[in-house]
Write a protein that binds this ligand. Structure first.
Ligand code: PLP
Length: 384
């Protein structure tokens, strides 16, 4: 333990790095359900509305630290109505998938990235840290228990939702003295069962998702609830999702709950442009980073991590240099964009998924790794 005096001398992140305690995967206990649920035919799965037989839980208290991880029947939580998580948004989450590979195995994709992000979200909410390798081991055990829930075939997977909430019954705005980390799983089908369906975006000049110095770079539940009403308004106007902007120059940040990429033509090259992470208002997507990492090896493509400005995007479109636009995230992988409403008019984009399309290439290359056709760079495809 570090003393109170030294605690004050360090920025809080340094403090957190000095904490070494974590739950331990080898202490896992498994209580299998005695009443397994009926599974839906995989064609009837819709995103996030049915859940597997089990859940994993790990509790933490200020006095006792992390408890032992356990897997037991999926069930409602018992919570005090005074729980901090229900009052002050002391909640954060992750989204990742377990894939059934062509060879009949199970695979995770870059789980270390999700573990690092969950630790970073939790520490932003003054929740305890944990060892990412231990949680990855536990997720592997959980996926093995739920193996029969991992639907097979292209586009299918078991979506995993690690979540941390404050459970301390206390109405003070303070560090939550009790925390629960849990994982639930939902079998999901292809995001585009009928083939790609490009989306349209409404560039919202009024509502902001995140801002410099804010918490947009963390996966905190509190970032998402307030986006629903603006999204509803965009939908009422005939658009699928909101394009979020920031600042006087209408910098493009993200769309919906996805990172956003543009493909622009410049001097005979293709520029793949997306917002940078260093300002803290962009969610560091695993899919985003993976597309950047892959594209760095693509001939004729230059990756540019700089805020796109909507005015420049409109100008590029007018000059015929806006080739593609797409959102990226674990749920949809890539989401081609065919239209953006900006300042009173629509920018149309050819969202074709032709053979020279960057969107298609990102889709193909990522899926090949997800489903074990290739291994991809070291550490990406993690077999269970
Ligand atoms: C989760 C999320 C993403 C995508 O992250 P992935 O790790 O690629 O799934 C992008 N933007 C926001 C706002 C998100 O919440």
């Amino acid at each position: 333990m570090i003393s109170h005096a030294s605690r004050r001398m360090f920025p809080s992140s340094a403090c957190r790095m000095m904490s070494t305690s974590s739950f331990i995967a080898s202490e896992l206990t498994i209580s299998p359900t005695s009443s397994p649920k009926e599974k839906l035919p995989k064609e009837e799965l819709s995103f996030g509305d049915s859940f597997s037989d089990h859940m994993m839980e790990i509790d933490w208290t200020k006095e006792g630290g992390w408890g032992k991880p356990r897997i037991s029947e999926y069930a409602n939580l018992e919570l005090s109505p005074a729980s901090t998580g229900l009052h002050y948004g002391i909640q954060c989450f992750e989204g990742m998938k377990c894939y059934s590979t062509a060879e009949g195995g199970l695979r995770l994709f870059r789980p270390d990235r999700n573990m690092a992000r969950l630790n970073s979200s939790m520490s932003r909410l003054a929740m305890p840290s944990f060892d990412g390798g231990e949680l990855t081991s536990l997720l592997k055990e959980f996926c093995k228990v739920e193996e029969s829930w991992v639907p097979q075939g292209a586009g299918y997977s078991l979506y995993l939702r690690p979540t941390a909430i404050g459970t301390h019954p206390f109405l003070g705005v303070d560090v939550s003295a009790h925390v629960k980390l849990f994982v639930i799983a939902s079998p999901v089908g292809p995001y585009y069962p009928q083939g790609f369906k490009p989306v349209s975006l409404y560039a919202d000049s009024v509502n902001k998702r995140a801002w410099p110095g804010g918490v947009g770079g963390f996966k905190l539940g509190g970032n998402y609830g307030p986006t629903i009403e603006p999204a509803k308004e965009a939908m009422a106007m005939g658009y699928n999702q909101v394009l979020w902007m920031w600042g006087d120059n209408d910098e493009v940040t993200e769309c919906g709950a996805m990172n956003l990429f543009f493909v622009l033509e410049e001097d005979g090259k293709k520029i793949l442009q997306t917002a940078p992470l260093d300002r803290g208002d962009i969610l560091p997507g695993v899919t985003r980073q993976s597309i950047i990492d892959l594209a760095e090896g693509w001939e004729g493509v230059e990756v540019r991590e700089e805020f796109p400005r909507m005015g420049d995007i409109k100008k590029a479109a007018d000059e015929g240099r806006l080739l593609e636009a797409f959102g990226s995230g674990t749920a949809a992988v890539v989401s081609p964009i065919e239209r953006i409403h900006y300042e009173g008019s629509d920018i149309d984009i050819d969202a074709g998924m032709g053979s020279d399309s960057i969107t298609k290439r990102a889709w193909d290359d990522l899926n090949a790794i997800y489903y074990g056709e290739v291994n991809g760079p070291e550490g990406w495809g993690v077999d269970i």
